[in-house]
Write a protein that binds this ligand. Sequence first.
Ligand SMILES: [Zn+2]
Ligand SMILES: [Zn+2]
Length: 367
Amino acid sequence: MTMDLTFLGTGSAYPSPHRGASALILRTEGECWLFDCGEGTQTQLMRSQLRASRITKVFISHLHGDHLFGLPGLLCTVSLQTNPSPAQTLPCVDIYGPTGLRKYLRVTLGLTGSQLLFPYAVHELETSPDQSPPEGQLSCEMTSECGPLHPQEQLGRSVSLDVSTDCYQLFQDKRFVVKAFRLFHRVPSFGFCVQEHERPGRLNTELLKELGLHPGPLYGRLKAGEPVTLENGRTLQAADVMEEAIPGRKICIFGDCSGVVGGGALKACDGADVLVHEATLADEQQEKAVDHGHSTPKMAAAVALACAARKLVLYHFSQRYKPCALRKEGDDDVAVLGRQAEDALQGSGVDVILAEDFLTLAIPLKR
Ligand SMILES: [Zn+2]
Ligand SMILES: [Zn+2]
């Protein structure tokens, strides 16, 4: 199964002509999952090779506008591109994010009279008071849902923290387990961990032929893990003729943060193949970055080291950093951010990648 990540917006605070606001897509065969949806995400999508109509799940890290203002508009445009058919027959778009997200969508879609051709559900993650300074916490009056559900809204879940893992179990299907974990920011923020299931190894067909077994139903039984009796009476266990299992890939995407909260993040992201982490400002501005609830390359590198990640991808750069191709003399240089992370990771074997808008990163199968 192919998997890749496409960055639609790598800028912080607002979308600019040279850097979109936060959004990225994890694509697997036929399905796209959107992580954050800053203003302008739908035009970025149109400029990319991806199709908005393929989005089946949306994950919002926190309620700041540069991660959320694009969502109502994007949902409306996806609806325009959807073939009219009874809404019940179309799959529900599942949207995950902090408490308050359900009200935000209900009010923006409701006040604008926006109807969708497909159903949607918002699954809210309960926030904790240690995820932000007190002024970043939303009151119950702010987040409480008033009025009826939007006509296309289905009842979503409220997901609470699983104290045994310090994570939120969002869902599990036949391919993936997806969790969220807590981060510290000016408002409560989350990161997401997408863990692919391990795949059984292949049958060692050479060995099977040596044993006198030829392709057929017995192969199917061995593949399913069942023992098989050979003509000479010997019982062959599936494990004897299977190659080693292929570990699943793990992709971790952090929302805005100046640090993690509790042990959930590092546990969930342990051994990540790809760790996507913000680096809003350079190391020299760490005090300012932390003041605003953000990270520097050195801080992101420390997280990558702590979870023994293989690849660190930096994004969410201050708009002062133009893409290398557009940079004029005297402008701040985004390449410096990459070098700072590399310096911090020297000798560790962790690769550093600076994301740019429309960068697509393949995530190959592990062998
Ligand atoms: Zn942001
Ligand atoms: Zn933010």
